[in-house]
Write a protein that binds this ligand. Structure first.
Ligand code: NAP
Length: 302
């Protein structure tokens, strides 16, 4: 199959492209940067085009150049705090909502499948129950979450057969992430403060990419929540496991989200119920601690 993967210069898109290439698929990758990541650039079956989701013409041109059988739309405005700034709001909407609607329309017109990557931030994070994939109690707390939700709606309105796959708390080899941040802040310190009232499941992008490609290959249309196995953990608990697994002796001091100043509000409950995956024939992802151990072994030292 011919795939168009947006956001191949980002953490998840690069991993999705790599997974498709290992399955011998043809991949047209797009990102805003002028060049593809080095790890993808020379692989057989891969070609790259720089585009800007805020520019309709460049998105249409990329689509027509690829003429894909399927699109995996990973690219997004992901800077959660920056999205809150008044001067950025129009751009965030263009990138997360308008371009998604345009892409869905192109897929509808050309008979291509679309898999849209979304986020736990479409929910408000009330309570402690895991969110079911088909739960519609949306209540985004910030502009990023609200625009990702609008992106989901644009996909559903435009294409009756579609995939929406929500991921959360991802970390991977192709970008900055929570694990790298913890390893950075721990340098030369004896203790670090980390919030202990946000709960979720850390997920290695390499594991997420495998299931995303399985879903895209299938005809099991609908919305899925995707996270690793192994249960839920707080950010502070995740940090403790990072330091333990990396052999770093640093104490994690628990703090509350409310004590951290940030422009955007963040949900406290990012727990996903991923059981829908199994009901549609997809395998559960490996345990998050196992994913973390593999990531630490595979990552490049900065
Ligand atoms: N990371 C997480 O924990 C997390 C959690 C929930 C959901 N998600 C979702 O997962 C998906 C992938 O996120 P990620 O972690 O891979 O993020 P990322 O590393 O920040 O990558 C974002 C990608 O989007 C591209 N992009 C941004 N603005 C663009 C524009 N105007 N035109 C073209 N490309 C543009 C970036 O291109 P350049 O790098 O070339 O600028 C990059 O390839 C997103 O849909 C995000 O909402 C992520």
């Amino acid at each position: 199959m011919r795939y168009l993967v947006t956001g191949v210069t980002g953490q998840l898109g690069a991993e999705v492209a790599a997974e498709l290439l290992s399955r011998k698929e043809t991949v047209f990758g797009c990102g805003r940067k002028q060049e593809a990541p080095r790890e993808l650039a020379d692989r057989p079956g891969f070609s790259y085009r720089s585009f800007d989701l805020a520019d309709e013409v460049s998105l249409k041109t990329a689509f027509v150049a690829a003429l894909p059988d399927a699109v995996i739309h990973c690219a997004s405005w992901t800077a959660v705090d920056e999205a809150e700034k008044e001067e950025n709001r129009e751009k965030v909407t263009q990138i997360n909502v308008d371009s998604t609607r345009l892409l869905a329309g192109l897929c509808a017109a050309h008979g291509a499948k679309l898999l849209y990557i979304s986020t736990d931030y479409v929910f408000g994070g009330e309570g402690e129950n895991p969110y079911d994939a088909d739960c519609e109690d949306f209540n985004p707390l910030n502009v990023y979450g609200a625009t990702k939700l609008e992106g989901e709606k644009a996909v559903r309105e435009t294409l009756s057969e579609h995939f929406v796959v929500r991921v959360s708390w991802t970390f991977g080899k192709y970008g900055d992430n929570f694990v790298e941040k913890m390893l950075r802040v721990a340098r030369g310190r004896q203790e670090v403060s980390v919030v202990d009232d946000q709960f979720g499941t850390p997920t290695y992008t390499s594991d997420a990419a495998r299931t995303i490609c399985d879903i895209a290959e299938s005809s099991e249309y609908g919305t899925y929540n995707l996270a690793a196995s192994g249960g839920f953990v707080s950010r502070a608990g995740f940090a403790r496991e990072i330091f333990r697994a990396a052999g770093i002796d640093v104490k994690v001091m628990p703090v509350r989200t409310a004590d951290f100043k940030s422009l955007a509000k963040r949900p406290l409950n990012s727990r996903f119920d991923c059981s829908k995956l199994g009901r549609h024939g997809f395998s559960a992802l490996p345990d998050w601690k196992d994913g973390l151990a593999r990531y630490l072994a595979e990552r490049k030292e900065p």
